[in-house]
Design a protein around this ligand. Structure first.
Ligand code: TYD
Length: 221
């Protein structure tokens, strides 16, 4: 028998698409069903990566350019993978992560105009073989997501990545849809322009299928 391995699920999408609400709901329902669940996020999720999160989201690294930011996201990701995600997977937990490699592909790669080869080389180092089994891409028109993110932020100043224009957000939305089309075995696009309950039910049923058939989508031996 191989070592016990958990299941790694990531949530992606633009600002204000409702990732954190859906992660919380899925975590609750999986725990009720008896699963051991770890909820985490990027950038951050481990002490080292949380230190880098502050540098990135405050905009302190912005003046050094998008390549520097991409490398910092990757450094944070590698620490998070090795310190938190891989150990949790080895205990058989279900790991739910708010953002992961696809965020770097979309934010730094597509809207940051970095070469795909550069981004992919960073991802190979950052993930060191730990890739999500399943990725939910929460899809919402950019104007609706931005309006929600602003309401949620209240009087807080928008972070470095929230300040950008609507066209940039729409470009990111398309970039996520392109990733989903290129990797259909891993990615599920979820229409996030619906009632919270409906979205939660769809995500839950997709996860139940994945947990019951962990090798679904993999080629047969
Ligand atoms: P966060 O406050 O966690 O926001 P959100 O609720 O939108 O996830 O901020 C994370 C920001 O960092 C978000 O704007 C996306 C950006 N980001 C990247 O640009 N690249 C990455 O690899 C990751 C993980 C996040």
């Amino acid at each position: 028998m191989a070592d016990r391995t958990g299941i790694f699920i990531t949530f992606e999408g633009g600002e204000g698409v409702g990732k954190s609400t859906q992660i919380r709901r899925l975590a609750d329902s999986l725990r009720r069903a008896g699963h051991d669940v770890l909820v985490t996020r990027e950038p951050g999720g481990s002490p080292g990566a949380e230190a880098v999160r502050h540098v990135l989201l405050s905009g302190a690294a912005e003046k050094f350019g998008v390549r520097m930011e991409a490398i910092l996201f990757a450094a944070a990701r590698n620490d998070h993978v090795e310190e938190v995600i891989r150990p949790a997977m080895e205990t058989g937990a279900v790991v739910l992560c708010d953002r992961f490699v696809d965020s770097s592909r979309v934010y730094q790669g597509v809207t940051g105009n970095l070469e795909p080869g550069f981004i992919e080389a960073l991802q190979r180092i950052a993930t060191n073989g730990v890739m999500p089994d399943l990725t939910f891409i929460l899809d919402l028109p950019a104007d609706k997501g931005l309006a929600r993110a602003r309401r949620r932020g209240g009087d807080e100043a928008p972070d470095r990545f929230e300040k950008e224009e609507i066209e940039t957000h729409e470009k990111r939305r398309q970039a996520y849809l392109d990733i989903a089309a290129a990797e259909p075995a891993r990615c599920r696009v979820i229409d996030a322009d619906r009632a919270e309950d409906e979205i939660a039910a769809e995500i839950h049923s997709q996860v139940e299928t994945a947990v019951a058939h962990p090798m679904a989508g993999e080629p047969a031996e």
